[in-house]
Design a protein around this ligand. Structure first.
Ligand SMILES: NC(=O)c1ccc[n+]([C@@H]2O[C@H](COP(=O)([O-])OP(=O)(O)OC[C@H]3O[C@@H](n4cnc5c(N)ncnc54)[C@H](OP(=O)(O)O)[C@@H]3O)[C@@H](O)[C@H]2O)c1
Length: 264
């Protein structure tokens, strides 16, 4: 939700955010602390989030960053992809993306169109790798069959309170096919932080002397082929989240957290 959270072309009122300076500062701070994976999308603020990223990365060694961006359905036809990616790069003020996602498997758009489109973008040197988001195992298999380049990640909503999409079948499939699961909403938008209610999460956090957010992030990244992309515009939260990296959950605690029923 950096850069405004409403898709401009949806004709709903666009929330004009005046947080740009704070958000640019947060990205810079995060990079200074060693984080290098930046996740953005055309859909976030209809390109404005990409502009914030572009401002924030100025002066940073590009090789040290891993920038992931996502195409939205208005650019899902094969011949729309390259022009859309060139616009992304202009907003990001860089000349390549590290990982180009398809934001979702839109039913009304033929998969052949956008998968071939992102392959064209890779052939043109505009992205170094390809990925998908919100795909099921069946959709992943279809995408892999169409794509001449490997699909290296599937970005999914995945956290202690939501395991429906990154279920055991998905995790196994990704692990056996060298596909990373990039867990979005890793702290379920504060339900695994300030607003935590689940007793098991609270008890385990107390046991490890960690915060619920740290437990939530650690629980994800302890799994093979899983990375987490928590969003934060607060330096305090960025520091807190980075301290999710310095401990290991015992297997029985991992399992207890896994058994918590999904919220919806
Ligand atoms: N592929 C997709 O369809 C899709 C969908 C949704 C999201 N995403 C991606 O995933 C990223 C993360 O997901 P998300 O933003 O939806 O959810 P999230 O990372 O689970 O939660 C973000 C919220 O938690 C707060 N927060 C972060 N760390 C905290 C901490 N230690 N203590 C208390 N609050 C904390 C943030 O506030 P502060 O900023 O104040 O810290 C923000 O309000 C997004 O930025 C986006 O890049 C992708």
């Amino acid at each position: 939700m950096m850069g405004g959270d409403i898709y401009r072309e949806s004709k709903t009122t666009f929330a004009i955010y005046d947080n740009d300076a704070r958000e640019i500062e947060a990205i810079k701070y995060s990079i200074s602390k060693g984080q290098n994976h930046i996740d953005t999308a055309y859909m976030y603020g209809a390109g404005h989030t990409e502009e914030l990223v572009g401002e924030a990365i100025k002066g940073t060694d590009r090789d040290k960053l891993f920038i992931a961006d996502k195409l939205w359905k208005c650019h899902a036809r094969r011949n729309s992809v390259i022009p859309a990616v060139k616009e992304m790069l202009r907003r990001l003020q860089t000349d390549y993306i590290d990982m180009l996602y398809i934001h979702a498997p839109w039913e009304e758009e033929p998969m052949e169109e956008y998968i071939k489109g992102i392959n064209d973008a890779m052939d043109a040197g505009l992205t170094k790798s390809l990925a998908v988001s919100n795909f099921t195992v069946e959709q992943l298999k279809k995408a892999i069959a169409i794509s001449k380049h490997p699909i290296i990640a599937n970005q999914l909503r995945y956290n202690i309170l939501y395991k429906t999409d990154a279920n055991d079948e998905m995790i196994k499939f990704c692990q056996s096919n060298a596909i990373m699961i990039v867990a979005y909403r890793p702290i379920e938008r504060k339900l695994l932080a300030d607003e935590v209610e689940d007793k098991t999460v609270v008890e385990i956090a107390e046991k490890y002397k960690k915060t619920p957010a740290q437990i939530a992030i650690n629980w994800l990244i302890t799994q093979d082929n899983v990375v987490a992309i928590p969003k934060s515009s607060s330096k305090e939260h960025i520091d807190e989240n980075l301290k999710a990296l310095d401990f290991e959950l015992e297997p029985e605690d991992f399992e207890k957290l896994k058994q918590i029923p999904d919220i919806e």
